[in-house]
Design a protein around this ligand. Structure first.
Ligand code: SF4
Ligand code: SF4
Length: 115
């Protein structure tokens, strides 16, 4: 997972937590749009079945949850882990290696080829 670059995912505490009392499952279900297969739909509504498939740092389902029923672990703890384990530096190095930090010169790209 590029967001953590080799750091063991099961040691990163990041996943959605559903408050079933607040979940409006009969009028919602938007969390089921997550493509990571984190949730499974049950007779009682969504259930978190693959917490470690959640993209570290993502909060989309929580932001769009109709019942504001989804929360996440403490973001401060996550940031402390990134600092302690130098994950930001490793991600930067990896992105450089992958060529994703190359500066694109749109002006040059826009000049039509000379014939
Ligand atoms: S997005 Fe929120 S309210 Fe909607 S089904 Fe999921 S947990 Fe329930
Ligand atoms: S936070 Fe993002 S990746 Fe994680 S379950 Fe919600 S939508 Fe999926």
């Amino acid at each position: 997972m590029p967001w953590i670059v080799g750091y063991p995912r099961d040691k990163v505490s990041w996943y959605p937590i559903i408050d079933s009392e607040k979940c409006l499952k009969d009028k919602c279900a938007i969390c089921m749009n997550c493509g990571q297969k984190v949730f499974e739909w049950t007779k009682d509504g969504p259930k978190v079945v693959n917490p470690n498939s959640c993209v570290v740092g993502c909060t989309t389902c929580g932001n769009l949850c109709r019942g504001t029923a989804i929360s996440f672990p403490d973001k401060k703890e996550l940031r402390l882990l990134y600092a302690k384990e130098k994950i930001w530096d490793k991600v930067h190095e990896q992105l450089e290696k992958d060529g994703k930090l190359k500066i694109v010169n749109h002006e040059e790209a826009a000049v039509p080829a000379q014939t």
